[in-house]
Design a protein around this ligand. Structure first.
Ligand SMILES: *[C@@H]1O[C@H](CO)[C@@H](O)[C@H](O)[C@H]1NC(C)=O
Ligand SMILES: *[C@@H]1O[C@H](CO)[C@@H](O)[C@H](O)[C@H]1NC(C)=O
Ligand SMILES: *[C@@H]1O[C@H](CO)[C@@H](O)[C@H](O)[C@H]1NC(C)=O
Ligand SMILES: *[C@@H]1O[C@H](CO)[C@@H](O)[C@H](O)[C@H]1NC(C)=O
Ligand SMILES: *[C@@H]1O[C@H](CO)[C@@H](O)[C@H](O)[C@H]1NC(C)=O
Ligand SMILES: *[C@@H]1O[C@H](CO)[C@@H](O)[C@H](O)[C@H]1NC(C)=O
Ligand SMILES: *[C@@H]1O[C@H](CO)[C@@H](O)[C@H](O)[C@H]1NC(C)=O
Length: 867
C-alpha cells in the first residue's frame, strides 16, 4: 500500500489528503512498520541514533509507570500514547513494590511488570526499561525498599557491600525475568534500552571516592548482565564508554553525549511538574513543550522521552516527598484519569507527525547550520537522494520575527520552531496550537446506597464507624526517656506514631486562677502532627514540600492534676532523592509548655510511651473482608468534625463509564480505600490565596516549575482517582480514616466528563497536501486551514455554542465575537458538525466569506457541546 521512504504514496486514500489526515496515516504506517520491528532486532547505535534491526531510528517515547495506574487501564493508556504518535513506552522498575522483604518478590496487580511489557509489545511499540533500581520518581524512598536501610552497615548508592549486593541481586532478578519472557529486543521482544542507576551525577561527589567507584561498578554490573541491548545512564557526567549517557531537563538541545560515537538521547523531558500538598498547581504550556522537542531534533537528537506522558496516581502510601500529592497528574499529555489532555496531547501529536515526515532526511542527511538573525537559525538536513528537511527557530523570548530562508520569507513567532519537511513548506509551528481543547468537568454524584435500610425498606446510606482511642491503644510498644526517630520506629509500615506523656499541674499555677492558657511549643523534623491534650485535639501542624521540619506554638487548656499529652506524628511520603537521603529522619525533637509559675517546662526528656500505627490499621478495618469486622459500629448519622474516626459505607458504582474521582473537599486529612484497594492519602490542604497564580501562561521564554501556577487558595488535591475497575456494580465498601475531622456525608464520587470541545485556527495557518507524484516528497499544494473536532467516544456534538469566522477573541468557554464576524458561521458549523462525533471544517470560500474585512487575519473559533 505504502512505502515509507520520503513521503511516496503509491495510492491515495483521498484526493484531498490534508496534513492532518496524513499525520494520522503516517502514524498508522509507522506503527505497522514498528510492529514488524518490535518483534525482532538487535539494537546498536552510532553517533546519530539507535540502530534497530539495521535501521537508524528517530524515536518518540512516553513514560507511563505501571504501578501508577491499574492493569485495566494499561491497554488504553498505551493505545492513547500510540495514537499520539509515540513509538516507545518508558517505565522505571519499582523495587520497593516488588521486593517486599529480602528475596520475597511480588509481581501481582499493579506490579505485573511482565504483563505491562507484553501490552506494549502487543501494541507494536518499543519499551525503555529504566531499572534503576534507585529511581527517585517522587516515589516513596526513591524506590529502594525501606528494609534495606535497616540491613546493618548499609549506605545507599555508594561503594557499599550490602547495598551493591541487594542492588545487583534485584537488577539480575528483573533482567532474568525479562529474559525468561523473551522481552529484550535481542530476543525478539520490545525492550530496546535499559537504564542502570538514575541521575547519580548530581550526587556522586557527595559520596567522595566511593561515589565514583560505585557509578563505575553500577555500569559494569549492568553491562555484564548481557541483555543484547544498550544500557543508558542519565545525568551521569562521567559515564564509562560501555553505556550511553543521557540528558534530563526541560531543554536538552544543547546536550552533548560524553563520546562522539554516542547518540543524543533525552530520557526526561518534563512536560509539566509534580505537586506537593499545600502548594499550587504547576503547568507547562504545550507551545513550550513542543518548542523544546523540536529544538532537540533540530539539534541532532534522536530519542526523546516525555517524563511523564501519563503521570497517574500515587496509590496508597507510594508517594515520595515528603508531601508529594496522591495525584501524579504531572500536567502530562494523558491526564491522571487516562484521558488525553487537550490541547497538549493533540499539539504534540501533530508535532510528532511533522518530525516523522523529516525522519529520513534527518537521519541520513548532512546537517547545515545557518544563522538567520541574532536569535534565529535554521538547521537543514539534505540526504543523498536530494530530500531536504529544515527546522527554523526563533529563540527570542519576546519578539516575533520574519526571516529569509532559501529565498522565501517565513514568519516565526517568538520562542518557536517551524518544521519544513521539504525545506519549503511549514507544516507545523510549535507556537501555533490548532489542536482542539476540551471542556472537562468533575460532575458530582452523591454516594448511592447499596443496601436497603432494614426498618424503612428503602435504600439508605448505611454508615458504620470505628473511633480510634486517643494515644496508646492496646499495649504500649515501648517507653523511653526522650524521643526516638519516627521512621526508625515505624520502619514505614504505617504513617502513624503516637508519642504520649503526662504532666502534673499544681493547683497553685497562676494560669488556672486567671483562666489564661499556657502555650504548647513543639518542634519536629516532620512531617505532620496532631496534638491532643486530655483527649482533645488542640492543634495540627506540618512542614511542607520545601521544608519538612516545623515548629509551632499553641495555647492549650490544662487542668490541675495530671494532664495527658498525646501527640500523633505522621509521615507523608518518605524522602525520594538527595545524597544520603535515607538518613533523613522525622518526628518530634522538642516539646515544651510555656507559662508556668516557674517558667517553661521542657517535656522533651520525659518518659514517653510509644505506639506504632493505628488500631484500625492493626484490625484491618479497610480490607474488603473487613465488611463483617465486628469492630465496626452501625450509626444512623455518622459523626461530623470528629477526629480519629473510621467511616465505612456500602455504595453502588456511579453511573456511566467516565473515570471517577472521590471528592474529599469536606474532609480533613487521612486515608481512603475502596473494596480494600488503597486509594491513598487525602488532604485537601489549600494553597495560600496570597501566592502568585497566572490566568494565562506566557509560553515564551525558559520554563521553570514556578512559572505558571494556577489554583491559588484552592486545595492542591480535591479529587482522588478511583479506577473504574475497582468498582463492582453494587456492594462496594468505601472506607475512610479521618484524622482531624470532616463531614463524611458530603463525600461524593465525581465523574470526569468531557462536556465540550473548542478549537481555533487562523486562515494563514494552512494544512498541507503532499504531492504524491513527486518522488522526493515535495510538500507542494497548499490546503486550507481547518478545524478538527472530536468528542469522546459514545458522545456527539449536540449544540454548537459558539462559532465565529472573523476576529473572535477569548478562550474556550468564553469566546466572543470580534468586530469582524461572518453571520453564516454558526449555520455552516452546525451543518458540518451537528450530531457527529467528529467533524472537520475547512476555511474555504464556499463556506465562509473570506473577503470579509480584508485587512485582518481572520480566524475561526468554535465551541461545541458533546453529549
Ligand atoms: C543479534 O545479533 C547476534 C550476534 O550478532 C545474532 O546472533 C542474532 O541472531 C541477532 N538477533 C537478531 C534478532 O537479529
Ligand atoms: C535563491 O535565489 C538565487 C538567486 O536567484 C539563486 O541563485 C538560488 O539558487 C536560490 N536558492 C534557492 C535555495 O532556491
Ligand atoms: C514547674 O512547674 C511544673 C508544673 O507545676 C512542674 O511539673 C515542674 O516540676 C516544675 N519545675 C520545676 C523545675 O520546678
Ligand atoms: C514552607 O515552610 C517554610 C518554613 O516554614 C516557609 O518559609 C515556606 O514559605 C513554606 N513554603 C510553602 C510553599 O508553603
Ligand atoms: C536511626 O537509627 C540508626 C541506627 O540506630 C541511627 O544510626 C540513625 O541515626 C537513626 N536515624 C535518625 C534519623 O535518627
Ligand atoms: C462547505 O463547503 C463544502 C465544500 O464545497 C460543501 O460541500 C458544503 O455544502 C459547504 N457547507 C455549507 C454549510 O455551506
Ligand atoms: C440530530 O439528532 C437528533 C436526535 O437523533 C434529531 O432530532 C435531530 O434532527 C438531528 N439533527 C440534525 C441536524 O441532524
Amino acid at each position: 500500500m505504502v512505502t515509507v521512504r520520503g513521503f511516496t504514496f503509491s495510492s491515495r486514500p483521498n484526493m484531498k489528503l490534508s496534513f492532518f489526515f496524513l499525520l494520522q496515516f503516517t502514524v498508522f504506517v509507522l506503527s505497522c512498520f514498528a510492529f514488524s520491528l518490535a518483534n525482532a532486532g538487535n539494537v546498536t547505535y552510532d553517533h546519530r541514533s539507535l540502530i534497530i534491526n539495521g535501521q537508524h531510528k528517530l524515536l518518540i517515547s512516553a513514560a507511563i509507570h505501571y504501578p501508577r495506574s491499574v492493569p485495566a487501564m494499561w491497554p488504553g493508556l498505551v493505545q492513547t500514547a500510540k495514537e499520539g504518535g509515540v513509538d516507545v513506552i518508558e517505565t522505571y522498575v519499582f523495587w520497593n513494590g516488588h521486593e517486599l522483604s529480602p528475596g520475597n518478590y511480588y509481581f501481582g496487580g499493579r506490579y505485573d511488570l511482565v504483563k505491562f511489557v507484553k501490552i506494549v509489545r502487543e501494541a507494536g511499540l518499543y519499551l525503555i526499561l529504566r531499572i534503576g533500581p534507585f529511581v527517585a520518581a517522587e516515589w516513596n524512598f526513591g524506590g529502594v525498599p525501606v528494609w534495606l536501610h535497616y540491613v546493618p552497615g548499609t549506605v545507599f548508592r555508594t561503594d557499599n557491600e550490602p547495598f551493591k549486593h541487594y542492588m545487583e541481586k534485584f537488577t539480575t532478578f528483573i533482567v532474568n525475568l525479562m529474559k525468561q519472557e523473551k522481552l529484550f529486543a535481542s530476543q525478539g521482544g520490545p525492550i530496546i534500552l535499559a537504564q542502570v542507576e538514575n541521575e547519580y551525577g548530581y550526587y556522586e561527589s557527595a559520596y567522595g571516592e566511593g561515589g565514583k567507584r560505585y557509578a563505575m561498578w553500577a555500569a559494569s554490573m549492568a553491562v555484564s548482565q548481557n541483555i543484547g541491548v544498550p544500557w543508558i545512564m542519565c545525568q551521569q557526567f562521567d559515564a564509562p564508554d560501555t553505556v550511553i549517557d543521557t540528558c534530563n531537563s526541560f531543554y536538552c538541545d544543547q546536550f552533548k553525549p560524553l563520546s562522539p560515537n554516542k547518540p543524543k538521547i533525552w530520557t526526561e523531558n518534563w512536560p509539566g511538574w509534580f505537586k506537593t500538598f499545600g502548594s499550587r498547581d504547576p503547568h507547562r504550556p504545550p507551545e513550550d513543550v513542543a518548542f523544546s522537542v523540536a529544538r532537540f531534533f533540530q539539534k541532532g537528537g534522536s530519542v526523546q522521552n516525555y517524563y511523564m506522558y501519563h503521570g497517574g496516581t500515587n496509590f496508597g502510601r507510594t508517594s515520595g516527598g515528603p508531601f508529594i500529592t496522591t495525584s501524579y497528574d504531572y500536567d502530562a499529555p494523558i491526564d491522571e484519569y487516562g484521558l488525553p489532555r487537550f490541547p497538549k496531547w493533540g499539539h504534540l501529536k501533530e508535532l510528532h507527525g511533522a518530525i516523522k515526515l523529516c525522519e529520513h532526511a534527518l537521519l541520513n542527511g548532512e546537517p547545515t547550520h545557518m544563522s538567520l538573525g541574532p536569535s534565529q537559525e535554521a538547521d537543514v538536513y539534505t540526504d543523498s537522494s536530494g530530500a531536504c528537511a529544515a527546522f527554523i527557530s526563533n529563540i527570542d523570548e519576546k519578539n516575533d520575527k520574519t526571516v529569509e530562508f532559501q529565498n522565501a520569507s517565513y514568519h516565526l513567532p517568538a520562542w518557536s520552531v517551524s518544521i519544513l519537511p521539504d525545506c519549503k513548506n511549514v507544516v507545523f509551528n510549535t507556537a501555533k496550537v490548532r489542536a482542539q481543547t476540551t471542556v472537562v468537568e468533575m460532575v458530582a454524584e452523591d454516594l448511592q446506597p447499596s443496601v436497603a435500610s432494614p426498618d424503612k425498606g428503602v435504600k439508605a446510606l448505611k454508615w458504620e464507624i470505628f473511633v480510634e482511642k486517643v494515644g496508646v491503644w492496646g499495649e504500649a510498644d515501648f517507653i523511653k526517656n526522650g524521643f526516638v526517630d519516627h521512621i526508625n520506629t515505624t520502619k514505614d509500615d504505617t504513617d502513624y506514631l503516637w508519642y504520649t506523656t503526662s504532666i502534673f499541674v499544681s493547683e497553685n499555677e497562676a494560669f488556672l486562677k486567671k483562666g489564661s492558657q499556657p502555650v504548647l511549643f513543639i518542634e519536629s523534623k516532620g512531617h505532620a502532627l496532631h496534638a491532643f491534650v486530655n483527649q482533645k485535639l488542640e492543634a495540627s501542624a506540618s512542614g511542607n514540600g520545601t521544608n519538612p521540619p516545623f515548629k509551632f506554638k499553641k495555647p492549650v487548656s490544662l487542668k490541675a492534676g495530671k494532664n495527658e499529652i498525646a501527640l500523633l506524628s505522621m509521615t507523608v511520603g518518605l524522602q525520594n532523592a538527595g545524597s544520603f537521603y535515607e538518613w533523613v529522619g522525622a518526628g518530634l525533637t522538642s516539646v515544651k509548655i510555656e507559662g508556668f509559675n516557674n517558667g517553661t517546662v521542657d517535656l522533651s526528656s520525659n518518659a514517653w510511651t510509644y505506639k506504632i500505627g493505628l488500631q484500625g490499621e492493626h484490625l484491618g478495618l479497610y480490607k474488603s473482608d473487613g465488611m463483617d469486622n465486628i469492630n465496626w459500629l452501625s450509626t444512623p448519622e455518622p459523626p461530623k468534625e470528629q477526629p480519629l474516626t473510621w467511616y465505612k459505607a456500602i455504595v453502588d458504582a456511579p453511573p456511566g463509564d467516565e473515570p471517577i474521582g472521590l471528592d474529599m473537599i469536606h474532609m480533613g486529612k487521612g486515608l481512603a480505600w475502596l473494596n480494600g484497594e488503597e486509594i491513598g492519602r487525602y488532604w485537601p490542604w489549600k494553597s495560600s490565596v496570597h501566592d502568585k497564580c497566572v490566568k494565562e501562561c506566557d509560553y515564551r521564554g525558559k520554563f521553570m516549575p514556578d512559572k505558571c501556577f494556577t489554583g491559588c487558595g484552592e486545595p492542591t488535591q480535591r479529587w482522588y482517582h478511583i479506577p473504574r475497575s475497582w468498582f463492582k456494580p453494587s456492594g462496594n465498601i468505601l472506607a475512610i480514616f479521618e484524622e482531624k475531622g470532616g463531614d463524611p456525608t458530603k463525600i461524593s464520587f465525581s465523574r470526569r466528563k468531557t462536556s465540550g470541545v473548542c478549537a481555533v485556527v487562523a486562515e494563514d495557518y494552512p494544512s498541507f497536501e503532499l504531492e504524491p507524484e513527486h518522488e522526493n516528497g515535495d510538500v507542494s499544494t497548499k490546503n486550507n486551514a481547518a478545524i478538527f473536532l472530536n468528542c469522546p467516544k459514545n458522545t456527539r456534538i449536540s449544540t454548537v455554542k459558539f462559532a465565529s469566522f472573523g476576529t473572535p477573541t477569548g478562550t474556550c468557554g468564553s469566546y466572543s465575537k470580534g468586530e469582524c464576524h461572518d453571520p453564516k458561521s454558526i449555520s455552516v458549523v452546525e451543518k458540518m458538525c451537528l450530531n457527529k462525533s467528529e467533524c472537520a471544517i475547512e476555511l474555504i470560500e464556499e463556506n465562509f466569506s473570506k473577503g470579509l474585512c480584508p485587512d485582518a487575519t481572520k480566524k475561526l473559533a468554535v465551541e461545541a457541546v458533546c453529549s
